[in-house]
Design a protein around this ligand. Structure first.
Ligand code: NAD
Length: 381
């Protein structure tokens, strides 16, 4: 099987999909790996590291795709890039599928067999392939490091001959994968950390990291079978905002990670709540993207300072701030996926849809959209 790895073409993307260590493993398994020249440049990996691991190097996108059976990428391909994919090729990448219906339809129409990394089920077995988790965790870390840098205070309590500095107060909104890593990072740095999530099961996890769980009664919330938050009603959001306003006002840093799978993120922190914060405070809106964010006033990929001196940071690629580790983790997620479906005899990936991981993540096959979840989402859009 020939596995092709083109360069990432998305603007400002420093992460890469495959590192040389994993190329070596694929070659040992019997695959032919071809990379596009410059694949690792953004993280300081030379083409020679890939050839040393057993890959060949193609000069451009057309060259890397030539004769490919499978394409590995980090970000979704563009419409032009899909047009160049051969019929029947397996394509593995993120797709942002709920917001990219035309792209998914184009992949189906082109006869591509598309594996969507976001739809790998969140099961124990698939944990090692779970790119949403690996990237969110590094993003949570990067968000806190960034906030600490922008804040004009230190995080820990410091007792000095000149006096005592009290610890900074960090409030994490949404304690999923990113939020829990943000809590752990802020705790390690010595901050006083509080967190809130609509899923009550999270309370124990927050406490186990040494943070305080903020209790706000917003009625029945629960979670989906997949462990995701359910969408709140406008009344529940209003109750949450009321309960959070005082904590926001007292916080030096807010890291907001609240998302609802397959939907736009909820707007939780209003202009009024931001206006109630102290000058010099920092908010990192980890939900920021072209689809919206958790904070009024967030601008995607910008740092905005409000009239009252609050800095709102809206970078949509925080894992990219630790690009080497993020690439290493993503590459490992891909490797674990491939190893799980590798047929030792044919030396090729088997699209076994009897397996729940493949059934969940294979979104187009034989000219059609094969994901029930996406079909439902597109029908109700
Ligand atoms: P996510 O990115 O969809 O959401 C981030 C967090 O925001 C979630 O904790 C969610 O509850 C919270 N949230 C949503 N609306 C909110 C609101 N209005 N206010 C405050 N918080 C709000 O979620 P995620 O981090 O990808 O994962 C969520 C959960 O999925 C995990 O905590 C876990 O239970 C489960 N999970 C399981 C596995 C596994 O078993 N392999 C792997 C990863 C995640």
């Amino acid at each position: 099987m020939k596995i092709a790895v083109p360069r990432e073409t998305k603007a400002d993307e420093p992460r890469i999909p495959l590192i040389p260590g994993d190329v070596g493993k694929l070659v040992k398994m019997g695959a032919d790996v071809v990379i596009e020249s410059g694949l690792g440049a953004t993280v300081g990996i030379a083409d020679s590291a890939y050839t040393d691991a057993g890959a060949t190097v193609a000069a451009d996108y057309a060259g890397v795709l030539s004769g490919a059976d499978m394409v590995l990428r980090l970000n979704a391909p563009t419409s032009d890039e899909i047009a160049d994919l051969g019929e029947g090729v397996i394509h593995v990448s993120h797709l942002d599928p709920f917001f990219n219906q035309p792209l998914v339809e184009q992949l189906a129409g082109r006869g591509v067999k598309t594996v969507c990394m976001e739809l790998i089920p969140r099961t124990t077995l698939a944990q090692k392939m779970d790119a949403l988790s690996s990237q969110a965790s590094l993003g949570g870390y990067a968000a806190v490091v960034l906030a600490a840098d922008r804040l004009d205070k230190g995080f820990p309590m410091m007792m000095t001959p000149a006096g005592t500095l009290s610890p900074s107060r960090v409030f994490i909104v949404g304690a999923g994968v990113a939020g829990l890593q943000a809590i752990a990072t802020a705790k390690r740095m010595g901050a006083r950390v509080e967190a809130f999530d609509t899923r009550p099961v999270v309370e124990e996890q927050v406490k186990s990291l040494g943070a305080k769980f903020v209790k706000i009664d917003i009625g029945d919330t629960g979670q989906t079978e997949g462990g995701y938050a359910k969408q709140l009603t406008p009344e529940q959001i209003a109750m949450q905002q009321k309960g959070m306003a005082k904590i926001c006002a007292q916080s030096d840093v807010i890291v907001s990670t609240a998302k609802v799978f397959g939907r736009k993120p909820p707007l939780i922190i209003t202009e009024e709540m931001v206006a109630g914060m102290k000058p010099g405070s920092v908010i990192v809106d980890m939900a920021a993207s072209e689809h919206g964010g958790n904070v009024a006033g967030t601008q995607v990929n910008q740092e905005v300072v409000t009239g009252n001196g609050v800095c709102i940071i809206g970078y949509d690629n925080l894992p990219g701030h630790v690009a080497m580790h993020a690439s290493q983790m993503y590459s490992s997620n891909l490797m674990n996926f491939i190893q799980h479906f590798w047929n030792e005899e044919t030396k090729a990936l088997e699209l076994n849809t009897e397996d729940e991981i493949m059934a969940g993540s294979l979104v187009t096959n034989d000219g059609a959209i094969t994901s029930d979840m996406l079909q439902k989402a597109y029908a109700s859009a």
